[in-house]
Each structure stands twice: as C-alpha cells, then as structure tokens.
Design a protein around this ligand. Structure first.
Ligand code: FAD
Length: 316
C-alpha cells in the first residue's frame, strides 16, 4: 500500500481522527497510523467470548459530555448515525458510544485512510519531507501530526522536535487498572458508583448502557492512587484486589464473578497543560494534539485535534 501523503497523523484516537476529519476537505492527502487493532484508543471496547455469548466492555472512557457547540453538533450527528446515545444514569449531559464506546471513533474514521495495527517507531526529516518508520513499512509526508499520549509523544519526538518532546515530557499521566467482571445475577447496586476517596473511583453496570444488553457485566476503575500501588502487579492479582476493593467500597457482600479480567492503562488520565489546545511548528511542519494539551476527556481530545487542524490550515 502506498505510504506517501501530504499529512501523516500518528495516533487514530479521538484527537488524531478529529484532526484528520477537520483537514479532510483541505485537498491534502491524509494517512492516519494507529498501532491498535481497531478504532478506540482510550475509548476502547473489549469484546470477550464467554459461554457462547459475546460480551462488550468499555474498559477505558465510560461516558463523555459535550459542552462546546461544535462538539455538540458532532455528537448529534453520531446520535443520528446510531454511533452515540445519551446515558442518563451517568448524568443529564452524559453520552456513550454505541453499540460500544468505540462507536464514535469508528464513525469518525469512516471515509478516512486509517492504517490500523501500524506502530510508528521513529521520525526523520530529510529536506522538506518527513520519513516515518513503522515496522517493515515506511511513510513519507510533508507534515506530521502526533496525537498519542504525552509520555509516548515525548519518546517519538525526541530527535524530530526536541521542543515538542520537552513539552510532552512535562506532562504526567495517572495510570488506571480497569477490571471487567460478569456475574450470574444482578448486583444490588445502582448502575453507577463514583468516589473521590475510595480505592475504587468508578464502577458501572456496562450492560445497562444503551444498546448493550446481555448479562450482568461491570467495569470497575481503581483510583489513581490504588492503580499506582498495583501498577506492577500481574493482571490476575490486580483484578482480584480491585474487585475486593469494589465490594468493600459499595458495602455489598463479595460475589464470585463468572468472568474476570483486567486491563492496565499506563497513561490513562494526563495532568493536561492549561491553555495550550495544540502546538504546531510551521517551520518543521510538525505538531501535537491530544487530551494532554486540552483536558483529560473525550471532548478535550476532540477539541485539541480540531485546534491542531486549524493551526495547520492557518500556518504561513
Ligand atoms: C480508564 C479511563 C477512563 C476514562 N474515563 C473518561 C470519562 O469517563 N470521560 C471522558 O470524557 N474521558 C475519559 N477518559 C479519557 C479519554 O478516554 C481520553 O481523554 C481520550 O480518549 C483521549 O483521546 P486521544 O486521542 O488524545 O488519545 P488516545 O485515545 O490514547 O489515542 C491515541 C492513539 O494513538 C495510538 N498510538 C500510540 N502510540 C502510537 C504509535 N507509536 N504509532 C501509532 N499509533 C500510536 C494508540 O493506539 C491510540 O489509539 C478515560 C480514559 C481512561 C483510560
């Protein structure tokens, strides 16, 4: 497949695809690379086969809000297309992707040239072109936009743009252990549990989100402090520990799960830089976007991607 484009975007999460979408009508040829097997990034949906049934867990972002007028329009279009729905259990302005959280990312990716399962390893500038190595493949573009978590951007940009790499390196993200559990019968709890002080910061009945259905399925997030404590533990051990925390925090007696798994998000929630939005270097034709440049939320990532696209369009 041809690897030449005008603009190469590394990272096809909400920020990268928002940038790609905003640039799609500029007449430029755009390629997006994402190391994930499919759309989602931190809005991922995990599919699990259990007892002849396919279960879907939103193990990253749980819901999102839409306050910016432009983002509200996009969310309304997703709703029309069946890619998002309101979830009142989480709040009056809460939305989720449908049929899984990654539904919105899938909708954004439609019609774009996204290469899933391709991880960018290094960037090199020769003359007026960027060369991006990605395993056995290589890509060439006049402009490169990097839309990956801050810590990963710092590594990727180290040689290509020390200035942007230093900006990314100034951001620290909190980890999050996400536990996915199913139970044979309904737990005696409301659909959402939140806490600022418990070792469990959030738990939700995933099966109660719009368009999911299926048996009793829960996603439980350990707090940043608890996630740091457990960060190097094997996932089986972390899953048991966070499940025990969940029963203790909610006050219900322990119940044996039918299915139990865990995922460690190393860079779950960044301490975002205030007032940045995005950064573009017109001399080198390289820029960065991501929630870490705006706010650690789905909407922040979308706004950051759009801000980067605007900076590219307006650049001298
Ligand atoms: C556990 C958890 C809970 C959350 N809860 C909420 C919530 O309730 N509400 C809310 O609004 N937000 C929530 N968030 C935050 C929200 O998910 C993020 O702010 C948003 O999805 C970030 O989008 P992004 O595009 O900036 O980054 P990402 O979604 O991380 O996308 C970056 C993409 O880059 C790809 N990538 C990385 N390195 C490379 C490489 N070298 N080459 C190619 N591709 C690469 C990754 O595969 C990924 O798809 C949560 C996040 C987590 C992890």
């Amino acid at each position: 497949m041809d690897g030449n484009s005008d603009i190469l975007i590394i990272g096809g999460g909400m920020a990268g695809l928002s940038a790609a979408h905003a640039l799609a009508h500029s007449g430029c040829r755009i390629i997006v690379l994402d190391k994930g097997r499919g759309p989602g990034g931190r809005m991922a949906t995990r599919r699990v086969g259990a007892e002849g049934e396919t279960l879907r867990f939103d193990h990253g972002a749980q819901y999102f809000t839409a306050r910016d007028p432009a983002f509200r329009e996009v969310v309304a279009a997703w709703e029309q297309a069946g890619a998002a729905a309101r979830w009142p259990a989480a709040g009056k302005d809460a939305w989720v992707g449908t049929p899984g959280m990654n539904g919105c990312v899938k909708a954004l990716a439609e019609g774009l040239d996204v290469r899933w399962g391709v991880r960018a390893d290094g960037l090199r500038r020769e003359g007026a072109l960027w060369h991006v190595a990605a395993g056995d493949e290589s890509f060439t573009a006049s402009t490169v936009l990097v839309a990956v978590p801050a810590e990963q951007a710092a590594v990727l940009l180290f040689d290509a743009s020390p200035e942007l790499a230093a900006l990314a390196a100034s951001v620290e993200s909190a980890p999050c252990w996400a536990v996915m559990a199913t139970f044979d019968s309904a737990l005696p709890l409301a659909d959402c549990f939140r806490s600022d002080s418990a070792p469990v910061s959030w738990a939700a009945r995933n099966s109660a989100k719009p368009g999911r259905g299926g048996g009793e399925a829960w996603v439980i997030h350990a707090s940043p402090a608890r996630s740091r404590q457990l960060v190097d533990r094997p996932k089986e051990e972390a899953a048991q520990a966070v499940l025990a925390d969940f029963f203790a925090a909610t006050g219900i007696g322990p119940v044996q799960p039918a299915h139990l798994d865990a995922h460690r998000w190393l860079y779950a929630l960044p301490q975002a830089l205030k007032g940045e939005g995005a950064r573009f270097d017109p001399a080198l034709q390289i820029g960065v976007a991501g929630d870490w440049l705006h706010s650690p939320r789905v909407e922040g990532a979308w706004l950051s991607g759009r801000a980067l696209a605007q900076a590219v369009i307006l650049a001298p």
